[in-house]
Design a binder for this molecule. Structure first.
Ligand SMILES: Cc1cc2nc3c(=O)[nH]c(=O)nc-3n(C[C@H](O)[C@H](O)[C@H](O)COP(=O)(O)O)c2cc1C
Length: 402
């Protein structure tokens, strides 16, 4: 373990006062439909903008940054029921809740109703506010064992899994699904009907099937059809969340208006852009200026180093975030090249300082057409897995992504 040097902790990171002025986001001033509170079973969250569970990404430091920008509910990445049987894995930093996190969900998958129920028993004893069952992970290693979205091929197992899991926890139990296992089996309406009947508090619907890659736009009409089924189930308390291609207020509103969902879940749209939550809650909020951009990245890095303790590991696992952050301003190509191999915190600071010095201090991120288009605004172009270091980012529970 290489502890953070004192100099790095005290000197390099922006002072709290500077930082606080940046992320103040008074939700009450917001005028969007997302700013209203949302009740998920016994849990009340302050707004309708959720951060997805993201394997290898949604750890406590990243969640905190997103929470500070306004995310109403965030999640620990997907865990497999098998991994929860292992004490060392349960104690992994990836599963740790930070004391500053106001509200936190967790997600589980497993090859059978029994294994998911056993995992839910374990999670019920851990400090999470709500438990989600993953019914959408497309990764072959997961689906080959019947976990992730493989469950969609067995609607009967969906009902049994939820019924058994609900008996093991008093926390709100939810499910995240896709439109179906593949294009020939788009059975989301049946799955939604079963989930609603079994009593889940919330259903999140990702508008793709396992065989649709990110080049295929999320199918909002199909989500709308599934939402209509949920509404017809006579469960006014049932929350339905839309997921897929939400990158900005326009795409979030389109999801809400086209599908009739209650809330949205952001996934790739938050990578390198935690400000997306601020924008969804207040579309008039400006994109960050270079100084804020730098300060937030360094605050995220500070949280990251503190969370993982080992500064070498922290720098290595932070590189993907740096690559995602290094978009939206001119002159980013050179910064991205340098950031992809940065060896230590001081070099990160130097590269960011250099990038800020080269940029007009009054230029907001994504202000120029060229850099808006190259950033997070083309869903199909943004395949984050290319930026992830497969070794450093190995997810604790399942060795791959959901
Ligand atoms: C890096 C990465 C990791 C992901 N990990 C998970 C996960 O652990 N659990 C899950 O339900 N979905 C996971 N997903 C899927 C997303 O939550 C989401 O359903 C999908 O990316 C569609 O939303 P988007 O088009 O807004 O990105 C992951 C996606 C990415 C890109």
């Amino acid at each position: 373990m290489a502890p953070l040097a004192k100099r790095e902790k005290g000197g390099l990171f922006p002072s709290r006062d500077v930082v606080r002025t940046f992320h103040a986001m008074p939700a009450t001033e917001s005028k969007t439909p997302f700013a209203r509170p949302l009740r998920i079973g016994s849990l009340e969250i302050p707004n309708r903008v959720l951060l997805a569970p993201l394997a290898g990404v949604s750890d406590a430091p990243f969640r905190r940054i997103c929470q500070e920008m306004g995310a109403g509910l965030t999640y620990v990445e997907m865990l497999s029921s098998a991994s929860l049987q292992s004490a060392p894995k349960r104690e992994s930093p990836r599963l740790r809740r930070d004391g500053a996190e106001p509200c936190l969900g967790v997600q589980i998958t497993g090859p059978s109703a029994e294994s998911v129920a056993a995992g839910v028993t374990t999670l019920d004893a851990m400090p999470y506010d709500t438990i989600d069952i993953n019914m959408g992970c497309p990764v072959r290693k997961i689906t080959a064992h019947g976990a992730g979205c493989a469950i969609l091929r067995d609607p009967e197992r969906v009902s049994r899994t939820v019924t058994m899991a609900m008996a093991r926890t008093s926390r709100p139990l939810t499910a995240k699904i896709r439109l179906g296992y593949d294009v020939d089996n788009r059975n989301a309406p049946e799955i939604v009907r079963r989930l609603a009947a079994a009593g889940v508090a919330m259903i999140c619907i990702h508008g793709r099937t396992r065989t649709d890659n990110y080049g295929v736009p999320a199918d909002l009409q199909a989500i709308a059809a599934a939402v209509a089924v949920a509404r017809a189930e006579g469960r006014p308390d049932l929350v339905v969340v839309g997921n897929g291609d939400i990158f900005d207020p326009v795409s979030a509103l389109r999801m809400l208006e086209t599908t009739g969902c209650d809330a949205v879940m952001v996934s790739r749209g938050a990578l390198g852009n935690p400000w997306v939550f601020r924008h969804l809650l207040d579309p008039a909020a400006p994109h960050p200026l270079p100084a804020e951009w730098r300060a937030v990245i360094l605050r995220h890095l500070e949280y990251h180093c503190a969370h993982y303790g080992d500064v070498n590991l922290a720098v290595r696992t932070f590189r993907k975030h740096l690559l995602w952050y290094a978009r939206g301003f001119p002159f980013m190509r050179r910064a991205r090249e340098a950031l992809s191999t940065v060896p230590d915190v001081q070099t990160i600071v130097n590269v960011l300082d250099h990038a800020v010095a080269e940029t007009d201090p009054g230029l907001h991120r994504y202000a120029t057409e060229q850099h808006a288009a190259g950033g997070h605004h083309h869903a199909g172009d943004f395949e984050p897995k290319h930026d992830m270091d497969r070794h450093a980012d190995r997810a604790v529970a399942n060795d791959d992504h959901g």
